[in-house]
Design a protein around this ligand. Sequence first.
Ligand code: G1P
Ligand code: ZN
Length: 543
Amino acid sequence: MDPVIRPTTPFDGQRPGTSGLRKSVQTFEQPRYLENFVQSIIDCVQGIPGATLVLGGDGRYHNRTAIQTIVKMAAANGVARLVVGAGGILSTPAASCVIRKRKALGGIILSASHNPGGPDGDFGIKFNAANGGPAPEALTEAFFKRSKEIAEYRTVDAPDVDLDQIGERRLGSMVVEVIDPVADYAELTDSLFDIDAIRALFASGFRMVFDAMHAVTGPYAVEILEHRLGAPAGTAINAVPLEDFGGHHPDPNLAHAVDLVAALNGPDAPDFGAASDGDGDRNMILGRGVFVSPSDSLAVLAANATHVPAFRGGLTGVARSMPTSRAVDRVAEALGIRCYETPTGWKFFGTLLDDGRINLCGEESFGTGADHVREKDGLWAVLMWLNVLAARRLSVAELMAEHWNTYGRTYYGRHDYEAIEQAAADRLIDELRNRLPLLAGTSLAGRRVATADEFAYTDPVDGSRSERQGLRVSFEDGSRIVYRLSGTGTAGATLRVYFERYEPVGGEHGLDAPVALAELAAVAADLAGIQRHTGRTKPDVAT
Ligand code: G1P
Ligand code: ZN
């Protein structure tokens, strides 16, 4: 059969967001929709013929179908070796690990991250480059442009390849190597942490619950926590990946990780709790009766990094996305290392990590990571915490109190207004952007505005420029409000509003975050005219 299929359905011009193309399953099920995007990737990435590529996904509905499509297209396009996770499974950080370890040209990862799955849920695809990290913006823009003009794609007419048995098989001249999706990743984590100290912690009776949320990290958590680190069987809950994640949002936050939150707040609560998302790159950290905000988690890990073998020599630098709280900045200052502020999205950390400028980074959206891979890494963050707790022998609550007593406390919160009309969202942002120059020096509810600006970023390594990365209003008392529109929503626009309030050492550290932030939240809604523009009186999600 002629491997060239034409014509493709015209692509409806959907630009990949900060983490690839993410759309409803129905959209992806349209004839040739996926094929079009995959061929666009193949056409834009230099050196595909003869290359090694990695392929895997988070196991959600449509994963297996999409994987088979991509396997056949890879063969038709001259890929020499395709390394596929058994069952089509690879968590996002594991895919990053495998790309790096195999020195592959890159990898295709199928996931819609924390979005719900199933026939009525979402699906997604992204390309990661040879460094294991998300494709740079110039490349995703090229995919988008190509996908609008593409007129044909290549595939082979062959039966489905068996992807459940580990081993090598052939499809035409391409080798399909089916690998254990956990092995390479577990070998990497073994090399980073003080395994003996963590084993001793579990042996001492320390108890944890890890909620895999029926998503991809289940098999990773069982192997690493239970088999390698000696945590009791059953430490990982909801550990069997399901195509629809059991009908839940596989999003590790207080709203969605309900089983975990209940366990940590119930009678006989364990010492430590954690969860990860659909594709395994996010993490949530809990102690008994305590929630650690991701911004604080980054700061605490930075402050305690030298207890972890991978960081024994100290941190080279740290980075956080702009909306992430400035808690880590204070640690960096005390350590005398650089702290970079980057636009939202993991890809902006990639150049800094590759260049050795930083080796720890994070985002407020439950993302934490380091230089061991080029993605945020949920289970890695959990292991960092376990290593620090094993070394310090403090409870999570004690560790947090110690941190705040040393650096001050930064209360943090985020409000999301979802599926609002795009035009209304754009008007809100435009109007606020125009007002920013007038705000400095004025007072809002008794707080004086120090600076108000729109964030733009020049990558210090490759010089690339990113404009319009969010509006920020900083107050003289150390508090801050940030507004930006989501790049990952799948319906309409999502407005995110972020708040932080700084209480110095000796200040009021014992408030519940929503209480501490209520006044700032009211100021933020009023300043942007959220109700006037969107009709909404309250956010859909408050984290
Ligand atoms: C969201 C998060 C961002 C994260 C991205 C991918 O993007 O806010 O930090 O990198 O998901 O997980 P957003 O929808 O805000 O553009
Ligand atoms: Zn994710």
